[in-house]
Design a protein around this ligand. Structure first.
Ligand code: G6P
Ligand code: ZN
Length: 544
């Protein structure tokens, strides 16, 4: 079999967004579309030739086909060894784990995360670097630039690899190793968490939980770890079979899309613990009986209690959160006397801090939590961390969070999303806010005085790189904040995200409903950005 050189011409818009290149399946199915992008990876990431490449995806429609194409291209581009998840499956955190463990030169992960899958839905591809994390902007920019001038790609004409047979195969001169997608990841989890304590919790008879894999990639991981290794009752994992279209659902673990799971935790007979993950297994949602833990609070609670899990018993070096994430973790870091970093949205911004040992835990309001164990956010990891806390503390989820609020105060928090907004109108809304910024400090908006207002920009403390225009922050005296940002992951129109936060130190006021507690700030946000006038929307489409 030989490597063939195929002539091609560039496609517009192969620019990776917050998390890789995401487009409709139909876009990827155009002749040469996937190939161009993959060749741009090989052309710019020279270490892959002669090296090891990790490859897998979330199992969505077009996953297997894309994997076969990428394998044939990898062989033609001189990759020495490809590590592929069985069935083409690798969760994003498992891919990160495998890149690190086998010292690969990089990985290609096929996923559009929480976006729906199927022939008319989304597909995605992203490149992770040798440290195991998403490629930094310097790398994604180089790949994008290459896509703009690409004129040929290399592909082997060898036949298909048997993706279902664990073990070694050859594709031309490349060794292909099909791996059990769960084993390495599960072994890492056993190192980090107290599996005995969790096992006992499950055996106690007094604890009932459910994990919703949403017919996405975490099904096999959750069944192996929760049911087989930790002894949770069979059936604890719901929607555990990965399906190409995620069963027609939207594999996004939030109150809207994981409503079946939410329902199971409601009422006096509700489950003690509910958790879910997304399409590619990096997001998490944590629920107690009738209780939703915001991702921002989850990060803060894990940071405050990290020493209770064996993998973190030495304490944490520091913590980081994305800018729109609530400031709850900052208060914990302050009390622990460790550094706290505010980074732009996107997991890639945590990479340098993790590599340098400046932080141990990090998280984002977008249902992402993780640590230095891999370089991606990690859904099941967060679930196991919570189970470890529940097993050690023997308190309910709600008790643990309420106790946390009593100790640190509560950061009431909500995110309002306006989806599918006209892109030009959304851009103008942000421009309008930017124009207002210089005059805001010192001004009263509603009952609060603006302390600072800026367009967030970040300078990475490790490599000095900067990222500007990362969202509008309006901070008020007393710790309240409004943040405006346009989503970087949507595939249709623009999504305006408005993040609203208010700090409440008084425990007597911690039980107000969130939307009520934040109502005046919500009004302020809508007025300031002229949301209705500029987008025609009276109310957000999604509130989390
Ligand atoms: C992906 C990234 C996250 C990021 C999120 C933000 O999930 O992996 O790191 O927080 O996108 O999405 P947005 O739509 O708000 O840009
Ligand atoms: Zn994801």
């Amino acid at each position: 079999m030989a490597a063939t050189q195929v002539s091609t011409t560039p496609f517009d818009g192969q620019k990776p967004g917050t998390s890789g290149l995401r487009k409709k399946v139909k876009t990827f199915q155009q002749p040469h579309y996937l190939e161009n992008f993959v060749q741009a990876i090989f052309d710019t990431q020279r270490g892959l030739a002669g090296g090891t490449l990790v490859l897998g995806g979330d199992g969505r429609f077009y996953n297997r086909e894309a994997i076969q194409t990428i394998l044939r291209m990898a062989a033609a581009n001189g990759v020495a060894r490809a590590l592929v998840g069985q069935g083409g499956i690798l969760s994003t955190p498992a891919a990160s784990c495998i890149i690190r463990k086998y010292q690969a030169q990089g990985g290609i992960i096929l996923s559009a995360s929480h976006n729906p899958g199927g022939p008319d839905e989304d597909f995605g591809i992203k490149f992770n670097i040798d440290a195991g994390g998403p490629a930094p902007e310097s790398v994604t920019n180089a790949i994008f630039e290459r896509t703009a001038s690409i004129d040929r790609y290399l592909i082997s004409d060898a036949g298909a690899v048997d993706l279902d047979a664990v073990g070694e195969q050859a594709l031309d001169n490349m060794q292909v190793q099909v791996l059990d997608p769960v084993a390495d990841y599960a072994a890492l989890m056993e190192e980090l968490f107290d599996f005995n304590a969790i096992h006992q919790l499950f055996n106690s008879g007094g604890f009932r939980m459910c994990f919703d894999a949403m017919h996405a990639v975490t099904g096999p991981y959750a069944v192996e770890i929760l049911e087989n290794r930790l002894g949770a009752e069979p059936g604890t994992v719901m929607n555990g079979k990965p399906l190409e279209d995620f069963g027609g659902g939207h594999p996004d673990p939030n109150l809207l899309h994981a409503h079946d799971l939410v329902a199971l935790t409601q009422g006096a007979a509700g489950l003690d613990f509910g958790a879910a993950s997304d399409g590619d297994g990096d997001r998490n949602m944590i629920l107690g009986q009738g209780f939703f833990v915001t991702p921002s609070d989850s990060l803060a609670v894990l940071a405050a209690n990290a020493h209770l899990a064996p993998g973190y018993k030495q304490g944490i070096a520091g913590v980081a959160r994305s800018m729109p994430t609530s400031q709850a973790a900052d208060r914990v870091a302050e009390e622990l006397g460790v550094e706290c970093f505010e980074t732009p949205t996107g997991w890639k911004f945590f990479g340098n801090l993790l590599d340098a040992g400046r932080i141990t835990l990090c998280g984002e309001e977008s249902f992402g939590t993780g640590s230095a164990h891999v370089r991606e956010k990690d859904g099941l990891w967060a679930v196991l961390f919570w189970l470890n806390l529940l097993a050690v503390k023997r308190h309910s989820v709600a008790e643990i969070v309420r106790e946390h609020w009593r100790r640190f105060g509560r950061n009431f928090y909500t995110r309002h999303d306006y989806e599918g907004v006209d892109a030009a109108a959304a851009g103008e809304l942000m421009d309008h806010l930017r124009i207002l910024l210089p005059d805001l400090p010192g001004k009263r908006l509603g009952a609060l005085t603006v302390e600072y207002a800026d367009d967030f920009s970040y300078t990475d403390p490790i490599d000095g790189s900067t990222a500007a225009h990362q969202g509008i922050r309006v901070g008020f005296a007393g710790g309240s904040r409004i943040v405006f940002r346009l989503s970087g992951t949507g595939t249709q129109g623009a999504t305006l995200r408005v993040y609203i936060e208010r700090y409440e130190p008084d425990p007597a006021l911690h039980d107000q409903p969130v939307q009520e507690a934040l109502a005046p700030l919500i009004v302020t946000a809508r007025e300031l950005a002229q949301i209705e006038a500029r987008t025609g929307r009276r109310e957000p489409d999604v509130i989390t």
